[in-house]
Design a protein around this ligand. Sequence first.
Ligand code: SF4
Length: 372
Amino acid sequence: MSTTLKDVLYGQVREGAPELWEPIDKNRIRCYSCGHECPIPEGQAGVCKVRFNQDGKLLVPWGYVGGVQCDPIEKKPFFHAYPGALAYSFGMLGCDLHCAYCQNWVTSQALRDPSAVSPPVKASPEALVKDARRLGARAVVSTYNEPLITSEWAVAIFQAAKAAGLVTGFVSNGNGTLQVLEFIRPYVDLYKVDLKSFDDHHYRQLGGRLEPILRTIRALHEMGFWMEIVTLIIPGFNDTDDELRRAAEFLAGVSPDIPWHVTAFHSDYKMDGTPNTPVETLLRAAEIGKQAGIRYVYAGNLPGSVGDLENTRCHSCRELLIERYGYRITGYSITADGRCPKCATAIPGRWAQKFDGQIASHPFLPRLVSLS
Ligand code: SF4
C-alpha cells in the first residue's frame, strides 16, 4: 500500500501543550487551539484534520514545514511594523476553515482537498532561524496555513528566533481562544487578523463563526500584540456598505489606531467565477473605514491605482510619513522614537530606529539548504 500525505503527517507529531487541551470524559478530549474548541473522540481528528486524539492524548503537528518563502513584511501585510524588513515566512499544512477563495489552498487544504498537494519538509527551529539570519530577515512569521492550529511548533521556532534577536508574527484568520492567545503571548510580537466578513452567516459558509473572531480581535488588542486587520473585499460576498460599515465601526471601537487593510480579491480556487474587486469598491470601503474613525486605512493588491491609500500619513497633521508602491518603500520619515517629524505625534506601531532599506520588495524563494 502506498504512503499517503496523511501517513507522512501523522508521523510528524508530538503531544500538544497541556495549556491547549484537556480530557472531557473517558473517550473524548477537547482542543483549545482554535475557536472551534473541538471535542475529539478517541482515534479521531479535529475539524482542522491535523490535531488528533490518540490513546486519550492530543497529538499535534511538529518538526516540518509545508513551505518557506522570504516576503517583504509589507506583504503580510504589516505596514506599521519595521517597514522594509524581510519576513522569513513558513507554513505547515491544514486549516480550521475552508474558504472557497483561499489563495494558499495548496497548503491550507492539504488534508481536505485531494488536489491540494504540498509535501512536508523536515525542519528544526534552530535550522530555520539560522536560515532566516543567513538571508538577512528581521522577522520570522508563521503563515500560509492557519498558525493557531500549529501553535506549539510556531512557539518552538519563535523561542529560537527571539533568542537570535528576531521579531515574530502570526498571519491568522483570528479564530482563536483565550487559552491559545495566552499560550503564544510571550513569543508572538505581531499579529495579522483576516476579518473576512461581518456577517455570521457568511462566516458559517467558510466553516467558522463571527463571534470567536471578534473576541480574538478584542483580546489581541487588550493583550498588547501589535495587530493589523485585513478584509479581502469579495464582490457579492462582503462588499455592501452596511457590512463594511459594521466591520469598520467595530474596529474603530476596539481602537482607532488599528490599521485596516481593505484588499482586492483576484479570482482563485473554487471562486474563479467571481469577478476581481474593482478599484472603486476598494476606494468606497476605505472611505467607510475613515468615516468610522479608523486612523490608518490602506487599500491593497492594486499598486499604483489607489492614490494615497498605499501611504502612511500622520493621523494628526497629515504629514506624509511612509510612501509605498505595492510592497516597495519609496519614502520614509518617521523619527527614531516612532514619531511624526513635523508635529511629534506618536505613530502607533513597532518602529525601528531608522529605515535600513529593503532586501527585497518582492517575495522570493530562498536557495534550498537543510532545514533540519
Ligand atoms: S485546532 Fe481547532 S479545529 Fe483543530 S482540533 Fe483544535 S479546536 Fe479543532
